[in-house]
Design a protein around this ligand. Sequence first.
Ligand code: NAD
Length: 255
Amino acid sequence: MSQNDVVLVIGGANGIGAACCEVMHAHGWSILVADKDEAGAEATAARLDGRSFALDVTDIAAIESLADRIDRDIGRLAALVVSSGIFQPNVPVEQAPADLFDTITAVNLRGTYHANRIFGARMAAQGGGAIVNMASATAHASSPNNIYGPGKAAIINMTKCFAGEWGGRGVRVNSVSPGIVLVPRIRGLKAKGDRYPPDLDEQMALRRCVEPREVAETVEFLASSRASGITGTDIVVDCGWATGALWNAYLGGLR
Ligand SMILES: NC(=O)c1ccc[n+]([C@@H]2O[C@H](COP(=O)([O-])OP(=O)(O)OC[C@H]3O[C@@H](n4cnc5c(N)ncnc54)[C@H](O)[C@@H]3O)[C@@H](O)[C@H]2O)c1
C-alpha cells in the first residue's frame, strides 16, 4: 500500500473491527468506520483521525448510498474489511425461534454479500482493491452454531467466488477465520465462567485464546500489497484450537 490508502471497516465500532481500525491506522492507512452502532463508530474514528458513518448492513440501499458518498466525498477505496456480525444464542435447535435463521443470516451472510457486491464492483471498475471478510473457526467444524457456522462457511466460499470474479481486474478477496477472540464481550463471559469451560485455554495448542490485535494484523496483511499474490484464501487465526481438537480423543487433552 501507499501511505494514506483508504480502508473502510464495516463493523469497526467494536471488537475485532475496532482492532482492525487501530492496527491499520498504525500501518499508515486512513480509516473510515461504518457501523450500526453510530456512537461506537464515531469513537473509533475519533481515536484514529478517521471518519465514521452510520450503516446497517441489512439495508442494501444504505450500502449503495454509503458507496456513492465515499466516491463523491473521499474517492478511491484501497480496501474493504467486513467485520460486522452477530452471534447465535447457545440453545438447542428445538428451542430456537423460527426466525433466528433469517435474523443471523441477514447480517452475517447477506450483509457481507451485498457489501462485497457493491464495493467490489466499484473496486473492479477502478482497477484494483482488496477485500477481507470475517469468517470463523466455526465454518470449519461441527459446533452448536448451526446457523452462524454454516453462514460463515458460505462467506468463505463467497470470498473465493468474488476472488475469481474480479481477480482479472486487480481485486483480491480473502477471509480470516478467527477462533475464540478476547473482545470485551468474550473476555466478560470467560471471566464469569459463562458459556466457556474453565479449561478453555488448555484446549488451544498455544494454551490461550486469540487477542483482537492478532486477527487485525492478519487482516492488515491480507489487505496490503505484501499479500499481492494472495486471493481466494482463508487464514485461520485460532491459537491452535483446531490443532488441539483430536488430542482429547487420544490423550484427554494436549500434552
Ligand atoms: N470474537 C470472536 O471470538 C469471533 C470469532 C470468530 C469470528 N468472529 C467474527 O468477527 C466479526 C466481529 O466480531 P466481534 O467479536 O468483534 O463482535 P462485536 O460484537 O464486538 O463487533 C461486531 C460489530 O458489528 C456491528 N454490527 C452488528 N450488526 C450490524 C449491522 N446490521 N450493520 C452494521 N454493523 C453491525 C456491531 O455494532 C459491532 O460493532 C464478526 O463477523 C464475528 O462473526 C468473531
